[in-house]
Design a protein around this ligand. Structure first.
Ligand code: G6P
Ligand code: ZN
Length: 566
């Protein structure tokens, strides 16, 4: 039977509003009749689908392959000209961003719930990226959401067998062109143009006995990318890569590179005395850098990459146009910007806010406290990029100081000596009742709008420190390029000594509410090594107590301890 285009009647589903990073829900929700189809059709109705070229790829989690077949049927029925699909339906998020840009596609559909657990009882997600390779801006996601509210039918091709995603090359699907591409090749080529691979290779091979490396794919999408770069390109032994086979349920783990969830990395680094350990998340856009006894906070990581940028060929050649961070991220990068005379932007949480600045040529390097680091080479944060950036910096630092072994710890200490240290920590309270979370927000708002917080003194019972509030506000952002306004992006309380606390509700959870509390305290280099090298938890103890007191968090959320501390 020749393929036929059919119009299938459907009804809108509630709640198909894309969050910080697309539509993210439990797998079971996506498996409801017409649920996924409705959303795909709404995406195609919000763009010019006819004649478009779209990139399709996911992080290998449960439901990716089936959803690629669904997209093929709906895209062909809607007159899409061409789909570029990753091998077996797999592309890391940064790789997809690169492919969209490199092949000048009109956009892409990414199938991922990022660092959320996968499998039949966990999460799935669908995210639309636009032609610059970045997440769709709010005007597009709002349009998609509006369509989902009124959809009455979707178009689909019937009578066509599933497309074989396991062989590379040009194919046809119901009259639509399809290209199945190697998921890794373009990405590795891009990194080779950005970093000094010769320098990294020579450092890693000449110091191989003294400088041990470990990459943990956490059974997410980056295993094959890590292997292609560290083993096949840089010549390291295959044992430097672990958990490198992408699994539909990530091996039952939580594919999030932080001290709690990347335990497999932390344990091995400590046990085997590894100097450079790194992990990425389910879809490959996050990263964690962790060497023996030395954890790099994402806020410090982006500041250090910015500080050392002239050792990275991409920035040496193109220069650094500007720096940026999300609002809750520590101000370590601001200090680098100030010293180097660069513009530095503070944007709301969410990588999409960096895109306009990059497209306007005002931003080169940016990062978020949520383990996201990247640059204008693509329009997503990039886990493997950050990891190779660190190796490039370490290789350069060792070339410059040939008589010592410069590791992560030495780089950090050197940085603190020059710039001071922004102690930073985030407390997450996951899946708390929404009512309690909203009451907490209202309580803080009361202090903000009545101005009663300003000038108030709070003392820590355990450390005796006193903090006096100097400012309290809701963070609103006006995009410097398109002037769009994003309101209520987090509540900020600043203190006279420069310390700061931020509260925000997560935009990526799939169940209940998640409250995040971010604390930051700056220590001047003149305070000396003793103060600069303290444990983070110790350096922030007093401030955390005060933050809990101001927000009455424990009362409102009925939780004694956070779910995760990063
Ligand atoms: C995703 C986005 C990040 C953002 C994070 C915030 O990972 O890609 O850019 O920082 O979500 O998540 P949250 O749960 O704090 O809203
Ligand atoms: Zn991710």
């Amino acid at each position: 039977m020749a393929p036929q285009i059919k119009e299938i009647p459907t009804k809108p589903y509630d709640g198909q509003k894309p969050g910080t990073s697309g539509l993210r829900k439990r797998v079971k929700i996506f498996q409801q009749e017409h649920y996924t189809e409705n959303f795909i059709q709404s995406i195609l109705d919000s763009i010019t689908a006819k004649g478009a070229t779209l990139v399709i790829g996911g992080d290998g989690r449960y439901l990716v392959k089936e959803t690629v077949q669904t997209i093929l049927r709906i895209a062909a029925a809607n007159g899409v000209a061409k789909l570029i699909i990753g091998h077996d339906g797999i592309l890391s998020t940064p790789a997809a961003s690169n492919v969209i840009r490199k092949y000048k596609a009109d956009g892409g559909i990414l199938l991922t719930a990022s660092h959320n657990p996968g499998g039949p009882n966990n999460d799935f997600g669908i995210k639309y990226n636009v032609s610059n390779g970045g997440p769709a801006p709010e005007n597009v996601t709002n349009k998609i959401f509006e369509k989902t509210k009124t959809i009455s039918s979707y178009k689909v091709v019937e009578g066509e067998k599933d497309l074989d995603l396991s062989t590379l090359g040009a194919k046809q699907f119901a009259g639509m062109k399809v290209e199945i591409i190697d998921s890794v090749k373009d990405y590795v080529q891009m990194l080779q143009e950005i970093f000094d691979f010769d320098l990294i290779k020579s450092f890693l091979t000449t110091r191989s006995g003294e400088f041990k490396v470990l990459f943990d794919g956490l059974h997410g999408v980056t295993g094959p990318y890590g292997k292609a770069i560290l083993v096949e390109t840089l010549g390291l032994s295959p044992s430097v890569v672990q958990n490198d086979v992408p699994l539909p349920d990530f091996g039952g783990g939580h594919p999030d590179p932080n001290l709690t969830y990347a335990k497999s990395l932390v344990d091995k680094v400590e046990k085997d005395g590894i100097h450079f350990g790194a992990a990425s998340d389910g879809d490959g856009d996050r990263n964690m850098i962790y060497g023996k006894g030395a954890f790099v906070t994402p806020s410090d990581s982006v500041a250090i990459i910015a500080d050392w940028a002239d050792r990275i060929p991409y920035f040496k050649k193109g220069g650094v146009k500007g720096l940026a961070r999300s609002m809750p991220t520590s101000a370590a990068i601001d200090l680098v910007a100030k010293k180097k005379g660069l513009e530095c932007f503070e944007v709301p949480t969410g990588w999409k806010f960096f895109g306009n600045l990059m497209d306007a040529g005002r931003l080169s390097i940016c990062g978020e406290e949520s383990f996201g680091t990247g640059s204008d080479h693509i329009r997503e944060k990039d886990g493997v990029w950050a990891i190779i950036a660190w190796l490039n910096i370490l290789a350069a630092a060792n070339r410059e100081s040939p008589n010592e072994l410069v590791g992560i710890k030495e780089i950090l200490q050197k940085h603190y000596k020059v710039y001071g240290r922004n102690f930073f920590s985030r407390y997450d309270y996951e899946e708390v009742p929404s009512d309690g979370a909203n009451e907490m927000v209202a309580h803080i708002n009361q202090g903000i709008t009545s101005k009663s917080l300003i000038g108030s003194k709070f003392s820590s019972k355990s450390t005796g420190e006193t903090f006096v509030v100097s400012e309290a506000y809701n963070f609103d952002y006006t995009d410097p390029i398109d002037k769009s306004v994003s309101k209520n992006q987090g509540q900020v309380v600043r203190f006279e000594d420069g310390s700061r606390v931020v509260w925000r509700l997560s935009g990526t959870g799939s169940q209940g509410a998640t409250v995040r509390m971010y604390v930051e305290r700056y220590v001047d280099p003149s305070k000396g090594d003793k103060e600069l090298t303290r444990e983070t938890a110790e350096g922030l103890k007093g401030l955390i107590e005060v933050a809990l007191e101001i927000s009455k968090l424990k009362e409102f959320l009925k939780r004694e301890e956070p779910t995760v501390i990063t």
